[in-house]
Design a protein around this ligand. Structure first.
Ligand code: AMP
Length: 374
């Protein structure tokens, strides 16, 4: 167990690192950020920000010197950097988990090999593979790059009328890919699961996620599904954490299928956008739980105080003017979080806000209203 007063090092300087740093500070830990770009959102709240590339072994050595435990806040950190660090300092979650989660092919194989429900899929590495895969999986289906995809990037939906497979394969730039069957879902949900080295595993309440242009727009909690389905999602998330021997935090995204079953879509071994609501609505936030997990502290209660909706604030809100934050600041049941990013670009996550209410429906309605007035 690493006592408060120790230092946590994080690879990646985005908002997830920033909010992790804020939670680390609350518990009395030091906080060091490693990030190629200067003046990062996490760097603003760190004791030390190391700006170097992920392949710079001597700079990674400085991080290992400065920190008592190292973790990461996004899954596109090169796994080699974590393997270098692992030799010098405690590191969680273990590099193999990052290796699995940063590649759809490995992730899907992991899910299938462990009997976790997910979309039917086939690996595609040539035009012939694509034709075989389409005959197995059928249409509609979705072709996704095996490596480095997020927020819908590197994806192509293939419908019944898309019969020219050669042009599809060329449009996809012939990247190694996973062809997934199209899932007829009624809702997307996610569960954050945390585990520490003492074998404790906890989940947070299930979030119902609404995406716009493939980017998370709203997370509504509790998800408006039966408590039986919520339990199933939490049980599956715990099973995944156990099968991975997770120490740290993992986001599990699911489709709720129209037939009532669940299918896992994606895994993220770090704090997750759909878990931001926990800061304002739970006894322990996902960030504090992450800090507790990687430091070997007992995990905190994940009890939800009140129903809540989280809304992402994207750079789009700055298009003609500064957003009207007053509408959120003046509302007694709303909370504003900004990430200190200097430049607002379309699609860039600049902050989020949350609305608490007596029911998930009311929180969601009110969140939509506030967003429209922002
Ligand atoms: P991903 O980047 O894999 O999380 O996909 C982004 C979004 O595309 C998901 O949140 C879904 O809305 C949609 N999507 C991805 N895969 C599928 C699928 N197999 N069937 C239906 N919709 C999908």
């Amino acid at each position: 167990m690493l006592d408060p007063g120790s230092t946590i090092g994080v690879l990646g300087g985005g908002q997830l690192g920033r909010m992790t740093g804020q939670a680390a500070r609350t518990l009395g830990y030091g906080f060091t950020v490693y990030e190629p770009q200067t003046k990062s959102p996490a760097g603003h709240v760190a004791d030390l920000e190391i700006n170097a590339s992920y392949s710079d072994e001597s700079a990674l050595g400085c991080l290992a010197e400065a920190a008592d435990v190292v973790t990461y806040e996004f899954e596109n950190v090169p796994v080699e950097a974590t393997r270098v660090l692992e030799e010098k300092v405690q590191l969680h979650p273990r590099p193999e988990i990052l290796h699995i989660c940063q590649n759809r092919e490995r992730e899907k194989n992991f899910l299938r090999d462990n009997g976790i429900p997910c979309a039917p899929f086939a690996i595609v590495d040539s035009l012939e593979d694509l034709e075989t895969a389409l005959s197995e999986i059928g249409r509609p289906s979705v072709l996704k790059t095996a490596a480095f995809g997020y927020d819908g990037k590197g994806q192509l939906k293939i419908c019944n009328e898309d019969t020219d497979t050669e042009s599809i394969w060329n449009r996809f730039s012939k990247h190694r890919a996973v062809l997934e069957g199209w899932m007829n879902f009624s809702m997307e949900i996610s569960v954050m699961v945390a585990a520490n080295e003492n074998g404790e595993v906890t989940t947070f309440p299930v979030a119902e996620n609404i995406h716009t242009n493939h980017i998370l727009d709203y997370s509504i909690v509790p998800a408006r599904i039966s408590s039986e389905l919520q339990n199933q999602a939490e049980t599956l998330a715990k099973e995944i954490a156990k099968k991975m021997s997770l120490v740290g935090l993992l986001g599990v995204e699911f489709f709720v299928l129209k037939d009532g079953n669940l299918a896992v879509n994606e895994l993220a071994p770090r704090p997750h956008n759909s878990g931001h609501y926990t800061i304002d609505a739970c006894v322990t936030s996902q960030f504090e739980q992450f800090v507790r997990a990687v430091c070997g502290l007992p995990l905190g209660s994940t009890e939800l105080f009140r129903p809540i909706t989280m809304v992402n604030i994207l750079g789009d809100a700055w298009v003609d003017r500064q957003p009207n934050f007053g509408v959120i600041l003046e509302d007694p049941e709303a909370k504003l979080h900004l990430y200190g990013k200097a430049e607002a670009r379309k699609g860039r996550k600049m902050g989020h806000f949350c609305v608490l209410a007596d029911s998930a429906d009311v929180a969601y309605e009110k969140a939509r209203e506030l967003k429209a007035r922002l």
